[in-house]
Design a protein around this ligand. Structure first.
Ligand SMILES: Cc1ncc(COP(=O)(O)O)c(C=O)c1O
Length: 473
């Protein structure tokens, strides 16, 4: 098992491919989710310490019978929860190849071609975003890590040890930003929450007021975090205006584009991202809207050389001897990780294999699905939107006739029960959001398999499941 022969490897490969094709071939027939309990799953899994090994067929049987059915099917076209990519076969193969080569992308000499491939792929992403030629960055585990790395760089750039640093972000900002501030010692309380307008975009007057008040009180503003697609409603903050404010107050502008930034590939929404290319840093997630499987996030810095002061570390065991310039390049100078897997391979295979035109078309279809849902909801008399659709996220609620005259609390509680019942039903999957203080059903179209028909099925599923619910608990 540890060191199989080439014939065994081929046999295993065939068995695995058969499993994959069977799984993907029947994706639509599976429930997105099945009711399950932790206890039950634990009982299935053999807990005995495995002193003797078993064969691959037995391992695959557990995967097929116990793991797949009791996982949420993230590749299913009606998996609308959270910000969940479906993955794609080309990337699954890329991950297999990356693990086979087992390149470790610490420095150039450790993995020359893989490092070049990461630099090339990062440069393609830079071009997609329209950043300056000197901009650069690296792949990290996800958007949270990208936000952390960028905020570490932003803090370093201010070079202030007074302990009075302050940063600014809208109240709709993902929690990973406040978490990064806590981890970096900036403190959650120094992330100033700025109110949003009726489209859930940051209010620039509120932003300026908060920065000005902090300056007057002796704080040291250092960074504005702008959203390019909020997690709740998909709102894109006014990026060009935020750049101007950042310039006026000499602040670092970071963009959290983890969910939305790749939608810049879609013609119909491209212009809302105007100004993104002038950010000092951006977090974005190929494992969201490039459809790739976890884990691959990305951080791009406008001036990577400034960032080296944040992450570079001299130690004898990492000293690069006898190399120059390009070959002395070390990813650890630009991010928190040392050992790094070959994430670039799946990004490269996807971009090169699929091409930007097809990816843009797929994103455009996702946007169209969300807009179609919105139009159906607005035309119905039993659903209502609670936020406008900006990208591919939709927030709404079900208000069947018998609840029309009920209080907000009753309607919210009904929708909460509806959400749980829908998830347990398994045909479609939504998650939830709090929008304007109220409970909302929330969906995000992030799957190239999703069709307009799936959006109709979602509403049918909700109506069907709702009919089986008592109007109040
Ligand atoms: C806007 C936004 N920022 C950051 C994150 C965190 O990304 P990750 O889960 O890759 O760490 C998310 C996740 O959904 C997100 O939507």
């Amino acid at each position: 098992m540890l060191d199989p022969s080439t014939d065994e490897i081929r046999d295993w490969g065939n068995s695995v491919i058969e499993l994959i094709t069977d799984y993907l071939g029947h994706l639509r027939d599976r429930p997105v989710y099945r009711q399950m309990s932790s206890r039950k799953i634990r009982d299935w899994l053999d807990p005995a310490l495995p002193t003797k090994g078993i064969d691959l067929d037995s391992l695959l049987k557990v995967f097929r019978e116990d793991i797949i059915p009791f996982s949420r099917q993230n590749a299913h076209p009606r998996m609308f929860g959270y910000v969940q990519s479906p993955g794609t076969p080309i990337a699954a193969f890329a991950d297999l190849l990356a693990s086979t080569l087992n390149a470790n992308l610490t420095v150039w000499r450790s993995a020359p071609a893989p490092v070049e491939l990461e630099r090339l792929t990062i440069d393609w992403i830079r071009q997609i975003l329209g950043f300056n030629a000197e901009a650069g960055g690296l792949f990290v585990s996800g958007g949270s890590m990208a936000n952390l790395a960028a905020l570490a760089a932003a803090r370093q750039a201010k070079d202030d040890s007074s302990g009075r640093l302050r940063m600014y972000a809208s109240s709709e900002t993902h929690f990973s930003v406040a978490k990064a501030a806590a981890l970096l010692g900036i403190g959650r309380e120094n992330v100033r929450e700025v109110a949003v307008d009726d489209r859930f975009k940051i209010r620039v007057d509120g932003l300026v007021a908060k920065i000005t008040a902090d300056l007057e009180a002796g704080y040291v503003p250092f960074c504005i975090v702008a959203n390019a697609g909020t997690v709740n409603t998909g709102a894109v903050d006014p990026l060009a205006e935020i750049r101007e404010i950042a310039d006026r107050f000499q602040l670092w502008m970071h963009v959290d584009g983890s969910y939305g930034a790749f939608a810049i590939l879609a013609e119909s929404v491209r212009k809302v991202f105007g100004g993104i290319e002038r950010a000092n840093s951006i977090a974005l997630d190929p494992h969201k809207w490039l459809y790739l499987p976890v884990d691959v996030g990305c951080v791009i810095y406008r001036a990577p050389e400034i960032v080296r002061a944040t992450f570079a570390h001299e130690a004898e065991y990492t000293r690069i001897i006898g190399e120059e310039a390009d070959e002395a390049f070390a990813f650890w100078d630009y991010g928190p990780e040392l050992s790094r897997r070959f994430r670039a391979l799946k990004v490269w295979m996807l971009l090169k294999g699929v091409g930007l035109d097809s990816l843009g078309d797929a994103i455009e279809r996702n946007l169209a699905c969300a807009r179609y849902l919105e139009s159906m909801v607005r035309a119905s008399d039993d659903f209502e939107m609670v936020a406008p659709v900006e990208l591919s996220i939709f927030c709404f609620r079900h208000v069947p006739a018998q609840l029309k005259n009920e209080s907000a609390q009753v309607i919210d509680a009904f929708n909460e029960r509806l959400l749980i019942a829908l998830q347990r039903d398994g045909s479609s999957y939504l998650s939830n959001a709090t929008v304007g203080g109220r409970f909302a059903l929330r969906g995000c179209v992030l799957n190239y398999r999703t069709t307009l028909r799936d959006m109709e099925i979602l509403l049918d599923d909700l109506r069907r499941v709702a009919r089986s619910l008592p109007p109040s608990a």
